[in-house]
Design a protein around this ligand. Sequence first.
Ligand code: DOR
Ligand code: ZN
Length: 361
Amino acid sequence: MKTLTITRPDDWHVHFRDGPMMHAVLPHTSADFARAIVMPNLEPPVVTKADAIAYRTRILAALPSEHDFTPLMTLYLTESTEPDDLAAAFEEGVATAVKLYPAGATTNSASGVRDIDKVMPALERMARIGMPLCVHGEVTDSDIDIFDREAVFIERVLDPLCRRLPELRVVMEHVTTKDGVDYVASQPENMGATITTHHLIINRNAVLAGGIRPHYYCLPVAKRDSHRLALRNAATSGDKRFFLGTDSAPHVDAAKQTACGCAGIFTAPNTLACLAHVFEEEGALDRLEAFVSFNGTDFYGLPRNRTKIVLERKDTPLAPAGHIETGDGTVTVFDPMFPIQWNVAHAAGTAPPSLVAKGTA
Ligand code: DOR
Ligand code: ZN
């Protein structure tokens, strides 16, 4: 058995949801990560400082007492967001960032931004105080092909915004294209990008070839393989602008396996195991720590974690992950379509809840 010891990682993009779902999914992140940027797309969304305080309180109440984990809150940007409220949330340490969803782009984005001019006062204020903007980078125009929506967003929205507010700190979330990687790499260091675990592993064939597979459907949708390879290059390059944001996005099976299934892949339970596999495959295990534990932390200007985690590579593959049960229903865990040999070693009492193995009820 081989082991790899790294600084405890942070997840710079995760969905915990709320209520029974949150209780079930949160320990899978808090067992392995020290901090996570928590997405605000609840129904209704987390818009104000008061909403973020209330949501953070609910997360901390649901956290297993043996897990040492800090949720970093985000505010959902709307066209009626008050710049003073954003600034207060940031300056008082309530919110770490603001999330921009173009209206209609994804799950619970109906209250998002239609006209960027209407949120300029908020963005100008953020640029002044150094509050980062996390961007869901897809246009929503019905005449733009879904596979082109990221590239068109860069051209029509992101680049003009960066030119207008060059001091704004921007994270292009879950980048899925070579266009996105190249754009971010061409920008000054106040732009970063998160990359998900699943976009390093699947391409659009996983979703569509040989049958439609709802558990590989997410937004931005996985693209052709050349894009996946560009993402792998960026993630394993050591370039400080690229860091892990899992976008672990649980939905119950009933909402995914239906005529109009929701977007989102639940990767929290096996994200680090899958990433160790990917980095090993790329001959870059020595750069895994930068991607999961340093680059994002440095981008956000936070102290690096002092504790470590140990990843173990077993000689024989582990039982494939199947699903978890939540108070809201069954949630399928991401299947990377390769045997998983890595896992995170947990000290006694700190292991996450067990998964139901694939093929078991
Ligand atoms: O696949 C996704 N799921 N992409 C998103 O942008 C949102 C997320 C969710 O909240 O389910
Ligand atoms: Zn997300």
